[in-house]
Structure formats: C-alpha cells, structure tokens
Design a binder for this molecule. Structure first.
Ligand SMILES: C[S@@+](CC[C@H](N)C(=O)[O-])C[C@H]1O[C@@H](n2cnc3c(N)ncnc32)[C@H](O)[C@@H]1O
Length: 220
C-alpha cells in the first residue's frame, strides 16, 4: 500500500511538472483562460493583492507570465518592468503592455540573473512563483536589485473557499487529483533571512477565498 502511495505521488509530481511546463510554453496563449476558469475568476484579484503592498514607483515583476498584473501596474502609473523565462508567456505579456501604450517593459530573463544593476527597484513582485522562489540564489539576486529598504512582495499561494457547488467540486478535484489543499506552498521554506530580507506574513481573505502574501524587506 505504501509502495502504491509513493508511486502515485511520484507520478503525480511528474505529471504536474509536465503540465505546468506545457502551460508556460506551447499552451501559453491559453494561460489566462485556464487560470481564470480553474479558480472561478479569482486569479486576478489574488494577483492584485500585491498592489496595496507596493512601496515606491520603480517596480519589477519577476515571473510576470502573461503580463496581466504588469499591465495593471503600468496603467496605475508605476514605472514597472516584467521579466519571465518563457518567450511564449512574454509574447502574451508584450501584447497587453503595448496595447496600453508601453514599449520595452517586458524582458526575457531568468530570475537567477536579472539584467538590472544593483539597487534598481523599490518593490519586486512575484505572484504564484514556482519553486525558484525558494532558491537562495534567486533571493540573493532579488536582494541585489532592490533598493536598501525596498521590499519583495510574494503572493505565494491561494485557495478557493467552497462558496458554490462548482467551487466545492473543484476543491475536491484539486485535493484528490492534484494533492493540493492550499497549504505548504513554496513560501513556507524561503531562506529570506539568509538573503538579508526581513519577513512578514499577511493574508487576504474574502468570501470566495484567501491568498497568502509574504513581504520581505531589504535591510538598510
Ligand atoms: C505560475 S506562473 C505565474 C505567472 C504570473 N506571475 C501569474 O501570477 O499568473 C510562473 C511563471 O514563472 C516563470 N518562470 C519559471 N521559472 C522562471 C525563471 N527561472 N526565471 C524567470 N521566470 C520563470 C514561468 O515561465 C511562468 O510564467
């Protein structure tokens, strides 16, 4: 029985890795629709929980994906840039950003090597990062490009509440098929202190769900 459980667990992890890779590369044009319908329209709201936690005007969004939050930031007057590793995600992001009149705000880069000088941004945002956010190399790189006193805002995970029948069915599917129950996201084990960042945890909650936000401040 234990053997069966472990094999199932390994297969599930492998399946999820493949599925997410497919979503960020060949299926990137479907990313917005999939994230919208998979979380019953809550995704954008959860991404935007980062906005009231922003400090300053110079913002970098790492792992910006299809650029929805980046576009919102630009429209609100922030001097914002986005980086992502996937050219397919960035094609979507570029379309959105250019549609609201901005050029050159989206760059292809790995978060491990950000193409910016030291002390460039007042806030760095990361919404729904994959496991890269738990790498010390990544946090050191983020720390490097943050202003002293600047902050990293991470929305690391969120969970729907059973507010409707569809939400209940989805929650059941996520638990049984994906093993996801909204706990234990990448945020629980971040080596923030090792990277010189001082951590604070916050929760956004409403009737439809809740999102967990980490704010990590670079010491002066
Ligand atoms: C779950 S998506 C989140 C996208 C967006 N932030 C959102 O809230 O919808 C993770 C994103 O991180 C990007 N990514 C993964 N590893 C990366 C890395 N090492 N450097 C830059 N981007 C990376 C993926 O291409 C993908 O767009």
């Amino acid at each position: 029985m234990e053997w069966f459980r472990l094999t199932f667990q390994r297969l599930r992890i492998r399946f999820l890795r493949l599925a997410f890779h497919a979503l960020y590369y060949p299926f990137a044009p479907l990313y917005d629709k999939i994230s919208y319908y998979s979380f019953l329209g809550q995704w954008t709201k959860w991404q935007q929980t980062a906005i009231p936690r922003i400090q300053g005007k110079r913002i970098l969004e790492v792992g910006c994906g299809t650029g929805s939050l980046l576009t919102e930031l630009l429209q609100r007057g922030y001097k914002a840039y986005g980086v992502d590793a996937s050219p397919r995600m960035l094609t979507q992001a570029r379309k959105k950003v250019e549609a609201v009149g901005f050029q050159g705000r989206v760059l292809q880069a790995h978060i491990q090597h950000l193409p910016f000088p030291d002390n460039s941004f007042e806030t760095i945002i990361s919404t729904f990062p994959t496991n890269y956010i738990a790498e010390l190399e990544v946090l050191n790189e983020i720390q490097r490009v943050l202003y002293p006193g600047g902050r990293l805002v991470i929305v690391d995970l969120a969970l729907l509440k059973p507010f409707s029948l569809t939400a209940k069915v989805l929650l059941w599917l996520y638990r049984v098929v994906l093993g996801y129950d909204g706990r234990g996201g990448p945020g629980v084990r971040l080596p923030l202190a090792q990277a010189g960042l001082i951590r604070r945890d916050e929760t956004f909650e409403d009737e439809q769900g809740e999102a967990h936000v980490i704010i990590a401040i670079k010491a002066w």
